[in-house]
Design a protein around this ligand. Structure first.
Ligand code: B12
Ligand code: SF4
Length: 476
């Protein structure tokens, strides 16, 4: 049976960067393994909505991936369009947003079904049922409306053995277009789920992955890397490990990764996100030896009070230690910050600024604290009367809020202008770090030689940063 899987990135400004949808690509592999014909409808590079109509023609099931509330309006446009192209197909939604808000998804967009959570097994069951003409209504993880009543079937356990899952179907991705469009690293994932409990993040991902963490073996990850290297005909690969906290792997895992990559003669140049309390000196050393060139740490704040409100479970001292180890082993360290939390005052913002000066990060990304539905911070802001805007989905992307200098929470101890003032000071400090750090200059010169386009963009950002504004402000 023909299935169309859709990445509805239509007419969308990405404040975080262009990236292939790894989870959706894994579903393509599962469906292919079960004997279904799958088309990948990627709207990232379409100039007209009708560009992919031919590919969609004849599909009996159309599955649309939706990651965040900020993307629902685009998914809506694409889905309604595809309904006019293949009116008899079954329309299905899945991904992070429908997993958290299945009812809202069905109310907003005319889907027949939502499949919540990890969908490798359930999407095959649904496709088989459609192909066989059997009743799908008992399939676990299926959510649908029956006489306007929301039916949520029981959930299946999440797959215990991640090594048993198929690799993402990377052959369907137009990587040349992604790379030309600014993507600099291939996405990959080595764990699923996160055991921590941060206020601004949980429980959203638990609705997809359950509340715990599962690991892939280093052997399995290297097998995927080797396949990707073959598809791209290269031995040197830039990779972003998109795990929530890849450093939950023990040090030994990174040692095996390093050894296997050496055996395969593959040079991996990778970066990841991490928490400052899940690294050790030994781990960072082994990560560096396996090709890790950059770690983005969720530093969030330099104020212990704010870290405690965020339920981060880390201390500023742990951050200082982690950044020191990175410097020792030549790994760039990025500090991700989140300012503008309602309990924050001038003193906390100053503490964050002073903390940065001790950390000496190679890069800084400062987000505006955002109450995203599905996360504890949203309930907390609502209960305490700090939720200022709950209706505009554009205000639910922390990266956009930073770029446009807007917020969706009220601040009892600060004005928005104070937050903007400190954000701009941090941006200026970032630019200063960029031009005063030997490491940064060396990397930039190397980039200028190989990728003049992206190096010029980065230089432009640094220059703008001295004026307090990092990125161009593009509003929609
Ligand atoms: C990488 C990433 C990005 C990348 C790009 C996404 C991409 N194309 O890879 C960037 C940096 C651009 C990004 C941006 C944003 N992101 Co983001 N991102 C992630 C991250 C870290 C990894 C995604 C991933 O590959 N996961 C691994 C795969 C295996 O899981 P999966 O994609 O969910 O796929 C599985 C299921 O969801 C399901 N599934 C997926 N697609 C489909 C489709 C169908 C039809 C079906 C049936 C099932 C299905 O099956 C898959 C396999 O089991 C997740 C966190 C996470 N741990 O997942 C956040 C996450 C998805 N992002 C999130 C958010 C909010 C955003 C932003 C709004 C801002 C932000 N960072 O906070 C923007 C908005 C982007 C946008 N335009 O939508 C939230 C979404 C939850 C929510 N709604 O609150 C998450 C969960 C982070 C979090 N901790 O809350 N993101
Ligand atoms: S912010 Fe990171 S560490 Fe905290 S719960 Fe989310 S994924 Fe886990």
């Amino acid at each position: 049976m023909k299935v169309a899987l859709v990445y509805p990135r239509w007419d969308w400004i990405e404040y975080n960067g262009l990236a292939e949808p790894v989870g959706l690509l894994q579903l393509i592999s599962s469906l292919r393994n079960a004997g279904h014909e799958v088309e990948f409808l990627d709207y990232s590079f379409c100039s007209k909505l009708g560009d992919l109509d031919e590919k969609a023609a004849g599909a009996a099931l159309v599955g649309v991936a939706i990651s965040a509330a900020a993307k629902v309006s685009r998914a809506d446009i694409v889905t309604r369009h595809l309904k006019s192209v293949v009116p008899n197909a079954v329309f299905l939604a899945g991904g992070a947003y429908p997993s958290i808000f299945p009812g809202k998804t069905l109310e907003t967009i005319p889907f027949d079904f939502v499949l919540v959570g990890e969908a490798e097994d359930s999407i095959v069951e649904l496709s088989d049922a459609i192909a066989n003409g059997s009743d799908p209504s008992d399939i676990r993880n299926l959510v649908y409306l029956s006489d306007s009543k929301l039916i949520e079937n029981p959930r299946r356990p999440v797959p215990a053995d991640l090594d048993a899952l198929p690799f993402p179907a990377r052959d369907v991705v137009d990587y040349d277009a992604y790379l030309a469009g600014g993507m600099s690293e291939y996405g990959m994932i080595t764990t699923r789920g996160c055991p921590f409990n941060c206020l601004y993040c949980k429980p959203s991902t638990d609705f997809i992955f359950g509340g715990n963490i599962r690991y892939r073996s280093a052997e399995n990850v290297v097998e995927e890397i080797v396949r990707l290297a073959e598809i791209r005909s290269v031995r040197k690969l830039p990779v972003f490990f998109k795990d929530d906290t890849i450093t939950m792997h023990p040090a030994k895992w990174f040692e095996t990764l390093r050894n296997l990559l050496r055996n395969e003669s593959i040079e991996l140049c990778w970066h990841c996100n991490s928490r400052v309390d899940t690294v050790s000196r030994e781990k960072i050393h082994l990560m560096a030896e396996s090709g890790c060139h950059c770690i983005s740490f969720g530093v969030e704040s330099g104020s212990q009070k704010i870290l405690d409100f965020y339920r981060k479970g880390t201390t500023p001292l742990q951050a200082e230690q982690a950044f020191k180890w990175c410097r020792e082993f030549g790994v760039e360290a990025t500090a991700n910050l989140m300012i503008g939390f309602p309990m924050e005052n001038e003193e906390d913002l100053r503490a964050t600024y002073e903390h940065l000066k001790r950390l000496k990060p190679d890069d800084i990304i400062v987000y505006f604290s955002t109450a995203i539905p599905g996360r504890y911070i949203h309930d907390w802001a609502k209960e305490n009367g700090y939720l200022a805007n709950d209706t505009n989905p554009e205000l639910l992307d922390p990266a956009r809020n930073r770029a446009c200098e807007v917020m969706n929470m009220r601040l009892p101890f600060l004005n928005l202008d104070d937050v903007i003032h400190w954000k701009r000071r941090i941006e200026r400090y970032r630019s200063w770090r960029k031009v005063s750090s030997y490491n940064n200059i060396r990397h930039w010169v190397a980039e200028l030689a190989h990728h003049p386009g992206s190096a010029t963009k980065k230089a432009y950002r640094v220059i703008r940063g001295f004026g307090g504004r990092g990125e161009d402000v593009i509003t929609k």
